[in-house]
Ligand binder design. Sequence first.
Ligand code: GAR
Length: 201
Amino acid sequence: MSPRIVVLISGNGSNLQAIIDAINSKTLNGQIVLVVSNKDSAYGLTRATQAEIPTLVFPLKPYKDLGKTRIEYDIDLAKKIKEYNPNLIVLAGWMHILSEEFLNLFKDINIINLHPALPNQFDGADSIKRAYEAFKKGEITKTGVMVHKVIPDVDKGEPLLIEEVSIFETDSLNDLETRIHTVEHRLIVQCVKKILDELNH
Ligand code: GAR
C-alpha cells in the first residue's frame, strides 16, 4: 500500500493541488486519504472533492462558542485524523498553530508545514505582504520559501527545504506572490517526495 497522506488547508489549496497533480502524474508514490479544512469556504475543499478525496471541515468556532479550549479542539482533530491512519501530515496553508497535545499523538510520523518566508522571518499570516513591505523599506533584499518539521510554535521547527526568492524593484505585491507560489508548488512536492521515498524503502 502506498503511504497515506492527510493534508490540512485553510484556503485556496493551490499547494494541495500541486500534491494531487504530482500523485496523478506518478511523481509521488502516495495517496491523499483526507483533506481537512478549518473553513467550510476553503476552495481547496472543492479541489479535493474533484479529485475524489474525502474531506473534513473542522472549524474552531463551535468549540469557542461552547467555551471549550484550543487543546480540546486539537485533540478531537487529532482523533479524527487518526481514523485515517496517516503516514504523513502536510500543513499546506493551514492557518492554526497545532498544540503539543496534537503533536504528541503523532510522534511516530512526520508533520510538515509550508511557509512562504525564510526561517525566522515573517512567521504567521500575511508573510508575503510583510516581506514585500520590508523590501520597500530597504530592510530585506530577498525572501523565500521553506518546508519545516512542525513543532508547537508558529512556523518554526527544523527546516527540511529552504529556497530563496528574489524581490525586484519593479515587483508589484502580486508579482512577488506569484513568484513565491510557483516556488512553493515545486518545494512542497519535493519535500513530500523525499519523505515518501524514505517510507517506500
Ligand atoms: C501558502 O502561501 C502557504 O505557504 C501559506 O499559506 C498559503 C496557502 O496557499 N502558509 C502560511 O502562511 C503558514 N504560516 P494555498 O491554499 O493556495 O496552498
